[in-house]
Design a protein around this ligand. Structure first.
Ligand code: HEM
Length: 368
């Protein structure tokens, strides 16, 4: 099987819009054989909405998108703000921190845990679950790690099933209860669909946002003038976030499968080929973004395609932007200086489609 890469902005956009010729039913191919008897493996990798095409996708999306509407977001905003304050106070007090474990990970872990109604004591498992899902998807595993990965998928399944059962018995004011209640044309989600969606949220909502925060800080640590500017004018934080999403995005690409021979920009992608839409490359396309390698929070055109486009446009985009904004507002109000402690200690992740630091030692000066 051949793999084709699309790198230009316009071509990525064409492919994202054209769900008939570029199918999303492709992620099932990433299920490794050692997960073939683990239902959660199929649920997350092969059966979640991100691996579906219309019309099946359309129905599911209209069911779950309600849970991401305004009321759910305002419900969680105050809690994100208060956790951001808590984490930022701790970082400012310590001065020198490993930023990922002290800030970038706990914030989205709390949000996902809160959305799914998982107990806070489980947050410590999220990182291992997430790393194991990514290893399974990226084919980064060895005979020694396979057992642990299987166990992570089974644990996720166990905990999520318990939560579903508990919310069916006693609904709460949370997203899982809302998803259980939701109906389109008199039809609700079945258990398999609910499990797939909860698993997808863990995967889609955690790693991506951890890297958004990590990538922002690593970008600012080598640009003190930008850091001081947004610190002095917190209203510019949303522009900073948009430029990080273009310049150093956490999601680098998405996969599709060619449903027919496709002529695109002078090349012909053969029917059946796997296609990698390089969204990060699209963000550096000079035809779309002049001087694309310059980090500039005052750009007229911002953003890029890192949240995708069209029917699969990221359901959590508003939430991720809100988490990053509230987190950075709290942090920048409590610290006045920033530098990378030891560049040799910065460690990047190993995966094809998400990118960010997993180890980021930073030194902050406390605001007096
Ligand atoms: C910086 C943060 C994030 C980035 C860059 C990002 C990126 C993306 C991209 C590129 C897609 C489209 C996939 C495709 O077309 O194949 C997507 C879909 C999705 N994202 Fe995100 N995401 C982020 C955060 C989140 C968060 C916080 C959540 C939820 C808590 C979330 C939930 C989803 C879901 C459910 C989908 C599937 C939508 C569908 O298939 O219709 N994402 N995301």
């Amino acid at each position: 099987m051949s793999l084709w890469a699309i790198t230009r902005y316009e071509d990525c956009l064409t492919a994202l819009k054209d769900t008939q010729r570029f199918s999303s039913e492709v992620y099932g191919a990433t299920i490794p054989s050692f997960l073939s008897d683990v239902p959660m493996g199929h649920a997350i990798l092969g059966k979640s909405m991100v691996s579906m095409d219309p019309p099946a996708h359309t129905k599911l999306r209209s069911l779950v998108s309600r849970a991401f509407g305004g009321p759910s977001m305002s419900r969680i905003e105050a809690r994100i703000r208060s956790l951001s304050e808590e984490l930022a106070t701790n970082v400012a007090r310590k001065g020198e921190v490993e930023f990922i474990s002290e800030f970038a990970l706990p914030l989205p872990a709390f949000v996902i845990g809160d959305l799914l109604g998982l107990d806070r004591s489980l947050h410590t498992h999220f990182k291992r679950w997430m790393d194991d899902v990514i290893s399974a998807m990226s084919g980064v595993h060895t005979p020694e790690t396979v057992g642990g990965i299987r166990e992570s998928f089974r644990e996720m399944e166990r905990y999520m099933s318990e939560v579903l059962e508990a919310r069916r018995r006693e609904p709460r004011d949370d997203m899982v209860s809302e998803l259980i209640r939701a109906e389109v044309d008199g039809k609700a989600l079945n258990d398999q669909e609910l499990l797939a969606f909860c698993g997808l949220l863990l995967l889609a909502g955690l790693e991506t946002t951890v890297h958004l925060l990590g990538n922002t800080m690593i970008t600012l640590s080598s640009r003190p003038e930008v850091f001081q500017r947004v610190r002095a004018q917190p209203a510019r934080i949303p522009q900073l976030i948009e430029e990080v999403l273009r310049f150093e995005p956490s999601v680098h690409g998405v996969f599709r499968r060619a449903q027919t021979d496709i002529a695109l920009s002078g090349a012909t992608i053969p029917k059946g080929a796997m296609v990698y839409l390089m969204l990060a490359a699209a963000g550096r396309d000079p035809h779309q973004f002049p001087e694309p390698d310059r980090f500039d929070i005052d750009r007229e055109k911002s953003g890029g395609l890192t949240f995708g486009y069209g029917v699969h446009f990221c359901l959590g985009a508003a939430l991720a932007r809100m988490e990053a904004r509230l987190g950075l507002e709290a942090l920048f109000s409590k610290v006045s200086g920033l530098r990378t402690l030891d560049a040799t200690q910065v460690e990047w992740n190993h995966a094809l489609h998400v990118r960010g630091p997993v180890q980021l030692p930073l030194a902050f000066t406390r605001e007096t």
